[in-house]
Write a protein that binds this ligand. Structure first.
Ligand code: ZN
Ligand code: ZN
Ligand code: FE
Length: 764
């Protein structure tokens, strides 16, 4: 026995399964002549290494300094052991007992090496649509249990051929122990079918034929990574129009998928940061500025919009399809309006048969629907707007706590979150819980993720709004104790949780609307957080929304609700007002009655609705066809205007809450309009006024830390202007980046509310 030989055991947790971690360790051990073994465990990996002390030190250094690219080591525990006498280094099969890890790798877009293989006529994977390696390929969408191994993914249906097995076993191959590898001989295959599911073509011919169909103007349904997508050739206005009609989507911008960066640059002007986001392993839809000099594609892709969402081909199948096309494709979720995206071939044929002309399908099963993610660059960093493919499930570290929690999130852009052992696991985007099918999908996704990580909920958390479908589901699960958290408190705490911000702080929570503690609709709120207590210190002056939820869809109604407060009956004499012009005389009469008697006119203090009002005054949007349309029009109306002017601010105090009065603001805007001031100037001054309102509250509160949350901060002009302004006066600003600032972030905040014993109420 050699006395100098030592043995150590390493327990590692983090994002380490599905990133080529075991092969990496194997090669490292070979390199340093260390013996022992590595195995995936339920919570990460277990390693034993035996060898000379210097080699072991070298091993630990390299492991910590140069781990595999997509991995993330959360914890490393080292246990000393007696000499054992291993004769080689082995990759052991996974040990599966005990508790499960919360770390699940998201799907990873095709890597550059695999792309080379696919494009190389001499490679055995030439034009093979399911090429992957240890660094890329589907993960979350195909995992049915942990730990991550081929047998616990939908790749178990495809036993490896001798060639693939050889690569899998060869430590020098980049497919060494890669769980998703396959080739044309053994792996999944593509087919093109008609609406009745009859096969038209197979393999590469199917992809070429699909490209031909697109060139003829067809709508195709393609089975992607996390579900079906609907595609049309971006050159064809009539195809885009047909897709809009069939998806009941009159104006909401569509995203594009491009084959490469030069194609992206022919449409938009990505910054270096944005180019990086496009080419990241998540390959999300990135919101970009369109090129100023003419949009050469079908104009109805993103009508009246200076921005466009673009993603790069995220899988080999998409890459191959685009290689046969000269134009980018419009790519939208493969679902019927308001329903979850289809993941199954048969389901797609049934549901999308009314929309798509042909179906490009394959036989690798998708286990859970995961939409395309959406991001934008704000102040030089990525801001996640919709967290799905490539991001979900998101892990956020939380303060230590014992119970296992399930936060049900909100109603729109729903995500839910599980929490245990000091971490939050946030689900993929579940959509707006407005249809039975989406609500069922939401419940299914909760069961699915809970099963995957073996989570048994001790306590449920839901929004205070009992009409939310998520809250109603909480009520259904009556055997589990449940608490509610106020909507804007959850937004606030979501940002605090994401960044681990320490109090005291001032929180600005601006969104469309959420139920406030006084029964009115909040959404223009300022809070302080001190000694774990959230206090509402300021808000927008209240106004009424004529028609309630109808007003939320019709900025013109909100505008009348605000103006009526100070103009009264005389409002309806203002015939030059764009909002008035859109109503018939009869409707005007009715509205006047509604406002006078305050019938079905909920009280509201939402910034989102103030945006609607101003967008209506500027006649940018009177009726919205999608959420956030008016606000986005108003932001884009700034159109490069660089004015720093703002309108004067007026504050009142009312029952301990300081109110920002919108009346002088609206009067000034109307005067500017009457004087013929450019709309871009008015839009810019309006945004700047909101920025200054925050500066006022910072000064008023004396607080030096500000957190921003709520859907209004998806407005990048607004958010960047606030960050710049506050940073200049030495105030620290936090805004949401890894978790959406919209209602997709609520679940995380709901968790923190309970963990920090903050503001929550027991369900009655
Ligand atoms: Zn690869
Ligand atoms: Zn094979
Ligand atoms: Fe909200």
């Amino acid at each position: 026995m050699n006395a100098k030989i030592i043995r150590k055991e390493l327990q590692i947790t983090g994002l380490i399964q599905g990133v080529g971690f075991r092969p990496f360790i194997f090669n490292l051990a070979q390199d340093l002549k260390l013996k022992g073994w590595i195995s995936n465990t339920d919570t990460g990996v277990s390693i034993e290494i035996e060898g000379l002390p210097d080699a072991i030190t070298g091993f630990l250094d390299r492991l910590q300094q140069f781990p595999p690219v997509h991995s993330y080591i959360e914890s490393l525990t080292i246990i000393e052991h007696e000499y054992y006498g291993y004769v080689n280094f082995e990759l052991l099969s996974s040990a599966t007992q005990g508790r499960k890890s919360l770390f699940i790798l998201p799907d990873i877009a095709m890597c550059a090496e695999c792309k080379k293989d696919i494009d190389d006529p001499t490679n055995r994977r030439y034009q093979y649509a399911f090429t992957s390696c240890s660094q890329c390929g589907p993960r979350y969408s195909i995992i049915n249990a942990l730990p991550y191994d081929r047998v616990r993914t939908t790749m178990q249906d495809f036993p490896m051929c001798a060639n693939c097995q050889h690569e899998y076993d060869d430590p020098t191959d980049r497919r060494f122990h890669a769980q998703t590898i396959a080739c044309a001989d053994c792996g999944p295959s593509v087919q093109l079918t008609n609406k009745s599911g009859q096969i038209i073509e197979s393999d590469v011919a199917a992809i070429k034929q699909a490209a031909e169909a697109l060139k003829q103007g067809a709508i195709i349904a393609i089975k992607g990574i996390g579900g079906f997508q609907l595609l049309v050739d971006a050159n064809f206005k009539t195809s885009v129009a047909r897709l809009r009609e069939k998806k009941y989507r009159p104006e909401k911008p569509f995203a594009l998928m491009c084959k490469d960066m030069p194609q992206v640059r022919s449409i938009a002007t990505p910054s270096a940061q944005e180019a990086q986001m496009l080419q990241s392993v998540a390959a999300p839809i990135v919101l970009l500025n369109k090129k100023r000099a003419g949009f050469m594609l079908a104009e109805n892709i993103a009508p009246n919009n200076a921005r466009i969402g673009i993603m790069l081909a995220c899988s080999p199948l998409h890459h191959l399809l685009l290689s046969y096309l000269s134009a980018p494709v419009v790519a939208t979720s493969g679902n019927i309006s308001n329903e979850p995206i289809c993941i199954d071939n048969q389901q797609a044929l049934e549901q999308l048969g009314q929309i798509a002309d042909v179906f490009l399908i394959h036989n690798r099963s998708i286990l859970r629907p995961i939409d395309d993610s959406v991001v934008q660059a704000v102040q030089g960093s990525e801001m996640l707007i919709r967290a799905a493919r490539g991001y979900a499930p998101i892990v956020i570290k939380l303060p230590k706590f014992k119970a296992k929690l399930l936060a049900l999130g909100g109603h729109l852009k729903n995500t839910f979150a599980l929490a245990s052992e000091g971490y939050a696991l946030i689900s993929q985007h579940n959509g707006d819980l407005e249809s039975l099918a989406t609500v069922q999908g939401f419940k299914q996704n909760i069961t699915d993720l809970s099963t995957l990580v073996q989570h048994q909920t001790d306590l449920l958390i839901q929004d205070q709004h009992s009409d939310y479908a998520s809250s109603q589901y909480g009520d259904e699960l009556s055997q589990t104790p449940c608490v509610t958290v106020q909507h804007h408190h959850a937004h606030l705490l979501s940002c605090v949780a994401e960044h681990g911000v320490t109090e005291p702080l001032l929180a600005v929570v601006w969104d469309g609307a959420g139920l406030g503690e006084d029964g009115s609709l909040w959404g223009g709120e300022f809070f302080s957080l001190e000694n774990k207590k959230i206090t509402r210190i300021a808000s927008l002056r209240e106004f009424s929304l004529p028609g309630g939820s109808v007003a939320i869809k019709e900025p013109r109604r909100t505008a009348l609700g605000l103006l009526w407060k100070f103009m009264g009956d005389s409002l309806f004499a203002q015939t030059d007002l764009a909002a008035i012009q859109t109503f018939s005389k009869h409707e005007q009469k009715l509205l006047n009655q509604v406002l006078k008697k305050q019938l079905n006119t909920p009280r509201c203090s939402s910034i989102g609705r103030l945006f609607d009002c101003v967008a209506s005054l500027l006649d940018l949007c009177q009726i919205s066809t999608y959420e956030g349309q008016a606000a986005s029009r108003l932001e884009q109306c700034i159109n490069g205007c660089q004015l720093s002017d703002s309108y004067p601010l007026l504050w009142h105090e009312q029952n301990d809450v300081i109110r920002l009065d919108w009346q002088p603001l609206l009067e000034n805007i109307m005067q500017d309009l009457a004087e013929g001031t450019e709309k871009s100037v008015i839009a810019c001054k309006f945004h700047n006024t909101l920025v200054e309102s925050i500066v006022d509250r910072v000064h008023g509160s004396g607080l030096k830390t500000v957190v921003l949350s709520g859907g209004s901060f998806q407005n990048s002009y607004l958010t960047e202007a606030i960050i710049k302004r506050l940073t200049a006066i030495n105030v620290k600003v936090f805004w949401q980046q890894k978790v959406p600032c919209n209602d997709g972030g609520l679940a995380l905040g709901q968790l923190l509310a309970v963990i920090q014993q903050q503001e929550f109420k027991t369900c009655v």
